[in-house]
Design a binder for this molecule. Structure first.
Ligand code: BGC
Length: 330
């Protein structure tokens, strides 16, 4: 009995020793690995974070591309982070996390509400420059805004309907998200533009959740509820395509005036096919590129021009066949 117990004891001890030893090796390797990584991160001049609205949204990937280009040119480590699906709460958490991580600068889509304003204050107090891109929050302490003048962009959409239609027009609006400031500003600009024209009436606004399928459903329900609709304005990048699909379902033969937003390839194809009449172009790559350069300047200068608007313009079928500059910048 006794020798067997002894054998048992030694065997157990041996097994425990081997497990501990292997554990130590793995742990040691991991520690070493992380250290190497840190050294690599330290090789960069600065570490900036770009916080986008939605990870795989084609529009935000263009902002990222522009930002990465500037980062590569200037030896910056650029971290692109975003919620999988648009969600203000999750973006705010990412902002808080980046402040705690003490990055050298944060580029973020402006978010509605007090929490954003407080977090920007917290970041600035800790010496981290924060700038907004794509969407501004003017009453926050963000250092600079780089992006479209969204109110003006909405006005352009209104002018397109005024100039290119005749007779009574009943407009349905499909908007990305009700709680996104840039979408609200575009709608305000649009409303102000058409306010003085009696023949143009806005019937309703529905939300697409910045998805193509959402825009398609919103269009379907708009037309179901208001069969008198003669024009649809989509205020975010995937809305135009969704509107065309939604109309195909519910009113395939109706002649409708469609204003889209952005110049993603599918939207441009539909313009070529005559299915979207015009789109309001903005330049996300340029936003990303300029944002990183502004952030570099902010490392040594406390104040820069506060609102730095990137270009926005109306694009129609004719523009796509001419050699307009917009093709180069998109
Ligand atoms: C807006 C972005 C939005 C995107 C959605 C763009 O028009 O500027 O804020 O995330 O559309 O696809």
């Amino acid at each position: 009995m006794w020798p067997n117990s002894k054998l048992f004891f030694y065997t157990c001890s041996g097994v425990i020793f081997v497990i501990s030893f292997v554990g130590m090796l793995i742990y040691g390797y991991k520690t070493f690995y992380i250290e190497t990584d840190d050294v690599e991160a330290n090789d960069y001049a600065y570490h900036f974070a770009l916080i986008a609205e939605e990870t795989d949204n084609d529009y935000w990937r263009l902002v990222e591309q522009g930002a990465k280009k500037a980062a590569d040119e200037k030896d910056i480590y650029l971290e692109y982070v975003a919620p999988e699906k648009a969600d203000n709460g999750k973006m705010l958490k990412l902002l808080d996390r980046m402040i705690s991580a003490k990055v050298d600068g944060i580029i973020i889509q402006g978010i509605e509400g007090e929490r954003f304003i407080n977090l920007v204050h917290k970041g600035i107090e800790r010496g981290i420059p924060i700038i907004t891109t794509d969407t501004d929050v003017k009453n926050s302490e963000r250092k600079v805004y780089v992006g479209t003048n969204n109110y003006y962009a909405g006005k352009l959409a209104g002018q397109a309907i005024i100039n290119n239609t005749s007779g009574e027009q009943y407009v349905g609006i499909v908007t990305g998200r009700f709680d996104a400031i840039n979408q609200q500003e575009r709608i305000d600009g649009f409303k102000d533009a058409v306010a003085t024209v009696d023949r143009i009436h806005i019937v309703d606004i529905k939300e697409s959740n910045i998805t193509e399928i959402g825009a398609s459903q919103a269009t379907y329900s708009l037309l179901r509820q208001y069969p008198q609709v003669t024009a649809v304005f989509g205020t975010s990048a995937l809305d135009g395509v969704g509107i065309v699909n939604g109309l195909q379902e519910i009113a395939p033969n109706k002649d409708m005036y469609i204003v889209g937003f952005d110049i993603l390839p599918e939207t441009l194809n539909l313009i070529k096919q005559g299915k979207i009449d015009v789109t309001i172009a903005q330049y996300p790559k340029e936003m990303g590129y300029r944002s990183v350069n502004v952030m570099i300047d902010l490392q040594t200068q406390a104040y820069l021009k506060e609102q730095q608007f990137t270009e926005t313009e109306i694009i129609d079928k004719h523009d796509l066949t001419t050699t307009k500059r917009f093709g180069e910048r998109k």
